[in-house]
Design a protein around this ligand. Structure first.
Ligand SMILES: Cc1cc2nc3c(=O)[nH]c(=O)nc-3n(C[C@H](O)[C@H](O)[C@H](O)COP(=O)(O)OP(=O)(O)OC[C@H]3O[C@@H](n4cnc5c(N)ncnc54)[C@H](O)[C@@H]3O)c2cc1C
Length: 570
């Protein structure tokens, strides 16, 4: 196999299409841009094949040959749009539903396999948010080596990486995006930094695709990988790109997967989930369960550590279930402080301490059906982009956005690049970006970025968690702004420290946006809950919140989506 990873990194690189990220969306965009004839450069924060959340994918969804006769893309679209509280951009949602099967078929052509029954039929699975069983599970017979992940996500990444390598696409791993190079409202590349050496790398490109994943690292605990600090969101927003639905982040009920037959127990030792009119079963949507748990914790059911317990003894009697579960259970301890509390326990005999965890984000960079942002030359794909679902996402389509919108970003970015004249080079602008970047980090003084990150997570845990209210959000916003004001420069000099500082700065911005939007949305809808406004308010909030930045000022605008395919409540 051809290994296209560059070991010695140049300080200036040019390409038609620059792709930032190394997960599913980035790989799919790179493959497509290359196939369209563009020269492609990828940069990845972390090791290629060992970063991002695509590696975690469990099941994916599509109306495929495994679906029931009565199922259709129209019904699936209706499920998606209504589950998201009718705030999906229906053009994007339609594309996702209509194009997923083609992308899955293509993955099969590239060698991915599926979980099948003894007759060779793909096994469908129904998750609560879908009317019919649509979820399927990727598998692979390749024996690859990843530091983390679950088999279906690993299978996806293996196939995509193989395709990237077969095309000899240039991949710089351990290079992080610092900022976008922007001139006259047009993105002409980016500044990257080599995490190991601390060397800045100027990346010149005609088109740039952001595929940097979520910003859920502003929360703790979270299920997302360590690098998801909102770098793409921050760079896009400060360059003038609009963001959408940033107030909405999805949570899951537990840091540890809650197996069928598990029971949530509060600090007083009581099972409580049924008191909230719900239960722990595959028929219950994630949002109902997480709401019940968060409500119980707010009502005094949490331990002093802000946790509760999960009784897994019954489901773990099954040895096959136990062996699979224990592998993931131990893996999580490396990344997640709540899971680490359980390091000395055996969940087959002892209750597991747990908490809801921030999962994928719902909002992100605002794109159109060509994955264009409102800044020329800047594209976004995958979980960094928002607007596709509205305010909640049905299980299985989040993995498919990587393939569908990754491919689209590749098509339209390379098309755009093809119509540009020679690359614009502005060395003074490039030097200014390096100067600005250096001014954020000082060797001698400044704040510790790890402390700032911890403060952001503490504020959001207290004031921006699953269920929010006006007083808490105002306090949270005040706290985040105080932290921002007090920490304008960071201490450090190595590449790792510089990247850590940028991450802290990006987390402060995305946290501020999340709190601002949460204050603005005075209702509950989809995965967004306000204790003081528990009902859905269609009169005032059947709209997306669009986040804009003009001359350094943040403004929020309400935008009513076009209900062209699915009319609310019909
Ligand atoms: C625990 C877990 C389980 C999940 N299970 C499912 C499931 O069962 N079904 C489903 O459909 N979806 C699931 N998802 C969601 C799904 O994994 C993601 O939505 C999807 O894979 C996102 O792909 P992506 O390419 O957009 O981002 P990612 O795969 O997260 O990749 C982001 C990439 O950007 C890179 N990056 C970040 N910042 C920078 C920077 N500054 N410079 C350069 N590179 C950068 C990262 O290193 C990484 O390579 C799950 C998510 C999690 C966290």
């Amino acid at each position: 196999m051809n290994n296209s990873i560059i070991d010695t990194k140049p300080t200036i690189l040019s390409s038609d299409v620059l792709i930032i990220g190394g997960g599913g969306a980035a790989c799919r965009a790179a493959i497509e841009a290359y196939d369209q004839g563009a020269s492609v450069q990828m940069i990845v924060k972390g090791n290629f094949g060992n970063s991002g959340c695509t590696l975690y994918v469990g099941t994916s969804a599509a109306v495929g040959p495994w679906a029931m006769d009565e199922d259709s893309n129209d019904i699936s679209l209706k499920d998606l749009v209504s589950y998201g509280g009718f705030l999906a951009n229906q053009d994007l949602a339609r594309i996702l539903i209509d194009e997923t099967l083609d992308r899955v078929t293509e993955m099969a052509d590239w060698g991915i396999e599926f979980l099948r029954d003894e007759n060779g039929d793909i096994i469908p699975h129904k998750s609560a948010e879908h009317t019919y069983p649509r979820n399927f599970t990727f598998t692979s017979s390749r024996s690859s080596n990843h530091e983390y992940g679950s088999p279906p996500g690993i299978a996806m990444m293996d196939v995509l990486i193989e395709q990237v390598r077969a095309r000899e696409i240039s991949v710089l791993d351990n290079v992080a995006l610092v900022d976008l190079t922007c001139i006259d409202g047009k993105v002409i590349g980016a500044l990257g930094i080599d995490i190991q050496s601390g060397t800045y790398i100027t990346l010149r490109s005609k088109a740039t695709v952001l595929a940097t994943g979520t910003y859920s690292q502003i929360f703790s605990p979270t299920t997302v990988s360590v690098g998801e600090t909102g770098d793409g969101h921050s760079a896009a927003f400060t360059s003038g790109a609009d963001l959408i639905d940033m107030e909405c982040s999805q949570f899951v009920a537990s840091t540890t997967s809650h197996l069928l037959g598990a029971t949530f127990i509060n600090a007083r030792g009581e099972a409580f989930v049924e008191n909230y009119g719900t239960n722990v079963s595959p028929d219950v949507a994630k949002e109902d369960l997480v709401y019940a748990i968060a409500k119980e914790m707010k009502a005094g059911g949490a331990t002093k550590r802000g946790t509760l317990f999960l009784d897994l003894r019954e489901p773990l009697r099954d040895e096959a279930v136990a062996s699979n579960f224990l592998k993931h259970f131990r893996q999580r301890m490396k990344y997640d402080p709540v899971s680490a509390i359980n390091k000395d326990i055996d969940p087959r005999t002892t209750l597991v301490e747990t908490s809801p965890a921030a999962h994928t984000t719902i909002g992100g960079i605002r794109i159109n059906s060509r994955c264009e942002t409102n800044i020329s030359g800047l594209y976004a794909a995958g979980s960094v982009a928002g607007g596709i679902y509205g305010l909640a996402r049905p299980e299985g389509y989040t993995s498919m956005i990587t393939l569908v919108f990754g491919r689209r970003a590749g098509v339209f970015a390379s098309n755009y690049a093809n119509h540009q004249n020679d690359q614009i080079v502005d060395t003074s602008l490039e030097s200014e970006l390096v100067r600005q970047s250096k001014s954020l980090v000082s060797n001698k003084s400044g704040s510790n970025p790890d402390h700032v990150k911890a403060s952001v997570r503490n504020v959001l845990r207290e004031f921006g968690w699953v269920i929010k209210d006006e007083a808490g959000l105002k306090k949270g916003l005040e706290e985040i702004r105080k932290i921002s004001d007090a920490n304008s420069t960071f201490m450090g000099s190595s590449g790792k420290e510089i990247v850590n500082s940028f991450e802290a700065k990006n987390m402060l911005l995305t946290a501020e946006l999340l709190l601002l939007g949460s204050l603005d949305r005075k209702e509950s809808r989809g995965a967004f809950f306000r204790d003081d406004y528990p009902s859905t308010d269609d009169d005032n909030y059947l709209c997306n919140i669009v986040y804009k930045r003009d001359n350094g000022t943040i403004t929020l605008e309400h935008n009513v989506p076009d209900f062209k395919h699915v009319t609310p409540y019909i």
